[in-house]
Design a protein around this ligand. Structure first.
Ligand SMILES: Cc1cc2nc3c(=O)[nH]c(=O)nc-3n(C[C@H](O)[C@H](O)[C@H](O)COP(=O)(O)OP(=O)(O)OC[C@H]3O[C@@H](n4cnc5c(N)ncnc54)[C@H](O)[C@@H]3O)c2cc1C
Length: 504
């Protein structure tokens, strides 16, 4: 019998799970196909000894700060899963270290608190930094509004409500900071979270950074007791509860297309499933490059081959048999750069020997801690160096390098407290997630390939009828919260911009 569905979702990452659940809750018959053994994609977990490591951020969900709801709180309310979640306050500050001059900067979360601290570091910066933060708030609200517009941009409303947003919309972060006449050092510290977006100040748009930075500053110290993998499991259980069909260990090897319209998929188990609507939580590079066999529209091929891949990660997961306090280490988020000049760092990060680091640390169990250090490099820095013969030696060397850099930046020795250690290279991410080059950032957010242009161009990029993209390669970019929101956005688009749509 022909297995037919209203929608087939490929990939059960954050975005795929939210898309599938949103559609299933509207009584669509949804099939969710996942190539891995578990749901979650990057939001998965693994166990080593007494430690459970979340492969994504553990509780970096910008969930809310006790007074105000964070970015995804209302999404989780709409999905009716909030009763299963437990918000907590964790970190009070985040840190930026620079290796070349051995400096460290510690900033509190909270907009006003951050402002006061910045004035301590750069006297006389307060006025212009305050203006940056006010505009960032406006950008944040405007972007949330755009996400709610479900693909139908209302420029009149945007102009009326958010005039600064539109004024800054065409600028890169670098141009925006200059326009606001922010002193150089303050501008470097303000943009010091650029690694969260994987795109440096001269490439990423002012809007993208201002949105993320405002969210991070307002809600970054808060999260959930649940790990990102716990949330993946909750989403998949809800999906099943509403009658959805989930098939893990089912990789899609072909998307069937007839007369430029999708008709279904073929899996590596040679099963065929049919649908006129497919949501892909995987890269357009993969879809147009190998999953669609014939007659791929030239424009689709050109577009994907012109896009730059986002940063590639090397991650080391450390389980320590000491608490962070006893090691005098920071809990929460830190960034470790060689210098605060992101343009220079971006250039250098095309070499494997020059990663910049994102660190996430938290106390677990009694007197134990997890530290996750991710070094980011660009393009084929890894592929150029790796061979079949040297892979394990190279992996070991990279792992040791990350630990050394961490110890050098913090001035604290962690090697003696190491209890468990696991590492992942871009090859690991590529193997498990199948994203090109092993990137976890989708395409690099840059110039005309950033949040706003992607949203505006989306309708022109529907090259094959019935084929929709979501997830880290989509319009909302790559972060965990953005991928959840993008999952809902794309589902709503399918539903005709109206979640009550009963038209198909
Ligand atoms: C350590 C770490 C740090 C990070 N830091 C940041 C950060 O600072 N800023 C930021 O923006 N983002 C960051 N991210 C990335 C962010 O978390 C991810 O981009 C996001 O979780 C991706 O969600 P997704 O829905 O796009 O799908 P993914 O998690 O990529 O899932 C895609 C799913 O599709 C499945 N799949 C692939 N091919 C097929 C196929 N052919 N058939 C069926 N299934 C298939 C895969 O198995 C996978 O489960 C980080 C991630 C990690 C791990």
């Amino acid at each position: 019998m022909k297995k037919e569905y209203d929608v087939i979702v490929i990939g059960a990452g954050n975005a795929g799970l939210v898309s599938a659940l949103t559609l299933q809750k509207q009584n669509k018959k949804v099939l969710l196909l996942e190539s891995g053994r578990f749901v979650g994609g990057l939001s998965a977990s693994f166990v080593r000894g007494e430690f459970t490591f979340d492969t994504n951020f553990d509780d970096f969900l910008l969930y809310g700060n006790g007074e105000e709801s964070g970015i995804i709180t209302s999404l989780f309310e709409r999905l009716a899963i909030v009763d299963q979640l437990h918000p907590i306050k964790r970190a009070t500050t985040f840190k930026i270290y620079t290796l070349n001059d051995k400096k460290e900067y510690e900033f509190p979360f909270g907009v006003n608190e951050f402002l006061a601290k910045m004035e301590d570091y750069v006297a006389g910066s307060q006025k212009s930094v305050k203006e940056f933060l006010q505009i960032s708030k406006e950008v944040y609200e405007a972007c949330l509004n755009i996400m709610e517009m479900k693909g139908k941009m209302d420029f009149t409303l945007l102009e009326e409500k958010y005039p600064n947003f539109l004024e800054m919309a065409s600028l890169s972060l670098e141009e925006g900071l200059k326009f606001l006449k922010i002193p150089r050092k303050a501008a470097q510290l303000l943009s010091g979270c650029w690694l969260l977006l994987g795109s440096p100040v001269h490439k990423v748009s002012f809007v993208t950074y201002a949105f993320s930075f405002y969210a991070f500053l307002s809600f970054g110290g808060y999260g959930l007791e649940e790990s990102s993998h716990d949330i993946s499991l909750i989403l998949s259980e809800e999906f099943l509860k509403y009658g959805g069909t989930l098939k893990c260990l089912n990789e899609v090897r072909e998307i069937m297309v007839e007369n430029n319209e999708v008709v279904g998929v073929v899996t590596t188990k040679n099963e065929r499933f049919y649908s006129k609507k497919i949501v892909a939580d995987i890269s357009p590079t993969k879809v147009y490059g190998s999953l669609i066999k014939d007659n791929v529209p030239l424009k689709a091929k050109t577009l994907t081959s012109n896009r730059l891949l986002g940063a590639l990660p090397v991650t080391v997961f450390l389980g320590l048999d000491k608490s962070l306090n006893s090691l005098e280490l920071h809990e929460g988020t830190s960034f470790i750069y060689y210098t605060l000049n992101s343009q220079k760092e971006y250039k250098m990060m095309h070499k494997l020997s020059h990663p910049n680091l994102h660190v996430w640390a938290k106390n677990v169990l009694e007197d134990k801690a997890i530290i996750k250090i991710t070094g980011f490099v660009y393009k084929d820095a890894f592929k150029k160096m790796v061979t079949k013969e040297n892979y394990f030696a190279l992996k070991k060397q990279l792992t040791e390098n990350l630990i050394l850099m961490f110890e050098e930046a913090t001035g604290k020795e962690i090697k003696k407290a190491l209890w468990e250690i696991e590492a992942a290279t871009p090859l690991t991410y590529e193997r498990y997630l199948k994203h090109p080059g092993g990137t976890i950032f989708g395409y690099l957010a840059s110039g005309l390939d950033d949040f706003l242009p992607r949203i505006l161009n989306e309708c022109n990029e529907e090259y094959i009828k019935g084929l929709y993209f979501t997830g880290s390669f989509g319009a909302f970019l790559a972060s965990p919260y953005a991928t959840y929101l993008n999952g809902e956005y794309v589902a709503n688009k399918l539903l005709g911009g109206d979640s009550d749509a009963k038209t198909w």
